[in-house]
Ligand binder design. Sequence first.
Ligand SMILES: Cc1ncc(COP(=O)(O)O)c(C=O)c1O
Length: 377
Amino acid sequence: MKINNRLDSIEEYHFKTIETIKQKLINEGKEIFDFGIGEPDIKTNEEIVQEIVRGFKNQGFNRYPPYEGSEELKKSVIEYYKKTYNISLEKDEVLILIGSKEGISNSFPAFCDVGDISIVPALGYPVYTIASKLWGVKTYKMPLQKEKEYLPQYDLIPEAIVKKAKYMILNYPNNPTGAIATPEFYKETVEFSKKNNIVVCNDNAYNEIVNKLEYNISLLMYGKENVIEFGSFSKTFSMTGFRLAYVVGDRDAIKRILKIKSNVDSGQFIPIQLSGIKALSVLDEVKKSLITYKERRESLENIMLAKKIEFFKGKGSFYMWCKVPENYSTDEFCKELLYKSGIVVTPGYVFGYQGYGYFRVALTKEKDVIEKAFLRI
Ligand SMILES: Cc1ncc(COP(=O)(O)O)c(C=O)c1O
């Protein structure tokens, strides 16, 4: 077989590999507590589910959806942005996606040719680097330091990279650290984008998994030209399997992503788009899950303090970023957690080279399960 060498330089997706190991241990009768993948365990609101069922009764439900997404869902996203961030968007500044993973992947060829440079966090959602590689785009990995609250420092990026880079992706509230951005940092980001003519993007998948009274900012509040933002229904509404998300911002940037999408996929199933409209309308109800995540975090923080495992006190997302204890390598510790205590966590290096010496816990199990599992270690 004559093959694509680029594909061969990519490992199997970590969570796919872990699923196989986990299943094997379960089949052997072992009790497994999975805090690996960021998949909310909280039940999807019933009104959202019923909306899909209702959607089947509409004429034309079975048809190809509009490439840019349903008008009604786009309208709901526009209203959501207005209400949440006081940002006004037009319809051509919104594009509906089949999950933000899809949109993020398609954003690289939207702005970069093969061989071009994109700037991505050195510690981040693995899809940024994997998608870049798949599309033949080189990445410059910006370090994120705990001392800087996991915000990158633009003045440390070499001038030659800044000159050549066409696209940059950020992610706040952050996976895997739980860090949040600041208005000053977003202002600086938009200035950096303007000065260097780089399209910048914030992957805002966890924008509701945060105390909104303390933190309620969007990158678009600081400028729209050359700026885009991804939003997802997956985490906020426990809709990971529905595959529904959106990207908003600069209309020319949106048009470029749409050009790719319309040539490679045909949009999300219409009843699922209807469920997205319902989801945004029941947001206040769904947000009650924030109390649950907060309780889980506090409970795990207490256990980690007692076990003398260091962690970052993140204010966003439902992850806890923890330090591997001394005298262990990352793999040794993660394997010991799995084989001795039945606990699945994600080794930090899955998020990039800066993750060696760390592991991530997804707070996606009930508080008593978290306690039962982590008190074992
Ligand atoms: C930072 C980040 N962005 C995007 C995604 C993907 O979300 P979606 O389900 O919308 O594809 C994830 C999923 O874990 C994520 O952590």
